[in-house]
Write a protein that binds this ligand. Structure first.
Ligand SMILES: [Fe+2]
Length: 412
């Protein structure tokens, strides 16, 4: 018989691991660049440095009744921003405290939390862990947009080109998919999920066809040559297109997935006479099976995510060729639905039937149900394995150009 470690111990360990990850990311920012802003629509780096601990404190101390030791920082670092266009943040560098002050706050928060975390619910600890891991991903793309003089990142040589992606369209018969997840697993244990993953429910999907591969930079280049605006990750230099990797620009890798906004993905789809998949179609293509067996946990089956199956879990900074991970193909033979870049869907981010916000964090999803955010599925190179579950939903505004977001095409 296998003895199970108590969940709280697992979670305390997972929180410690997640802290190591985010600490490692902040160490890549040069000290003098902590008060710089990587992209105009987001806070300065110093905010993220304080935010992870302030979030944990604000969340986890609620049940303890402990007094705050720094209410000003608890508030200053409480929430990120996602401004509508034309409403960029106007704060000044001098509006923010010194890095050393934030460092002291962070240390004190960690010590306090570790002293009482045995008494915190598993759900709240999971929220703290996954919140931190999501920031580890979003911070990676902010880091990518800092200039090479603002960070210390190792030079990474891109992988060699993969086998050429032969454009292939795969027919997917209609079927039933499960969106979201049940509140308990088959053995009756409570399962963790964010508020927007509930309630789990079934949806039927009509037959459609999907491209085997993610749309590549090479395919998108034809669209740019036909007059479309180049994606944010591209730069024109010395007479050719380049791609901005974490450590600098390289000649445009044509077999990497193109990273684009929802608007760009839609425009490319329309130009190609195709469209983006709905969230339910994504589920059918990724987790459905041709012979009607139960839906899979992952496109490749029920085995845990590993680097043979896809480009995720922070193994690499940058993308790899769209043909590079055939072991991660779905039952229908579609490649890289999970990994190597999030997948845009045509589905507006809305609550599932039976949605209930977390009482301790009511705005987590609800403040984005504004009709101006679209659902993304799958994972990017920087998505932690813990977040790679079928029901996980990501969302961005349709014109947000900085994230690791690509797409597959579908047709009826
Ligand atoms: Fe946050």
């Amino acid at each position: 018989m296998i003895t199970k470690t108590p969940p709280a111990t697992h979670l305390a360990f997972a929180l410690a691991q997640a802290r190591l990850q985010t600490d490692a990311l902040f160490r890549l920012v040069r000290p003098e660049a902590f008060h710089d802003r990587a992209v105009p629509e987001r806070h300065r780096t110093i905010f993220y440095f304080g935010h992870l601990e302030a979030f944990d404190w604000n969340l986890l101390s609620q049940a303890t009744g402990l007094p705050s030791f720094h209410p000003e920082f608890d508030r200053l670092f409480a929430f990120g921003i996602d401004p509508e266009s034309g409403q960029l943040p106007q704060d000044q560098r001098s509006d923010w405290p010194e890095t050393t002050e934030v460092q002291r706050y962070n240390l004190r928060v960690r010590q306090a939390i570790d002293a009482f975390s045995d008494g915190v619910s598993e759900q709240m600890l999971s929220v703290a862990i996954e919140h931190r891991l999501m920031h580890a991903e979003t911070f990676a793309y902010l880091l990518q947009h800092l200039s090479i003089t603002q960070k210390d990142v190792p030079l990474v040589v891109p992988p060699p080109p993969g086998p050429t992606a032969v454009p292939t369209v795969i027919e997917i018969p209609g079927g039933t998919v499960t969106l979201g997840q049940r509140r308990t697993d088959p053995s009756g244990d409570k399962q963790f999920g964010w508020d927007n993953e509930f309630a789990g429910h079934e949806v039927s999907v009509s037959a459609f066809a999907m491209s085997k591969y993610k749309v590549t930079n090479g395919e998108y280049l034809e669209f740019v040559r036909a007059g479309a605006k180049p994606p944010h990750f591209w730069t024109w230099n010395e007479g050719q297109w380049h791609w901005r990797t974490m450590s600098g620009a390289v000649p445009l890798p044509r077999d990497w997935p193109v990273y684009v906004t929802h608007e760009e993905a839609n425009a490319f789809a329309a130009w190609s006479g195709k469209r983006l998949p709905t969230e339910a179609e994504f589920h059918r293509a990724a987790y459905g099976t041709p012979n009607g067996e139960a839906e899979r946990s992952y496109p490749w089956g029920d085995g845990q995510p590993d680097r043979q199956r896809g480009n995720f879990n922070g193994d690499r900074w940058d993308p790899i060729p769209v043909t590079a991970t055939p072991l991660g193909d779905s039952a229908f033979g579609i490649s890289q639905l999970v990994g190597n870049g999030w997948e845009w869907t045509s589905t507006v981010f809305q609550p599932f039937p039976g949605f209930q916000p977390f009482s301790f964090y009511p705005g987590y999803s609800a403040r984005f149900f504004d009709g101006d955010h679209y659902v993304l599925k799958g994972a990017s190179s920087r998505t932690d394995a813990r977040l790679i579950r079928r029901s996980f939903r990501n969302w961005f505004r349709p014109n947000y150009p900085y994230a690791y977001t690509g797409f597959h095409l579908v047709e009826d």
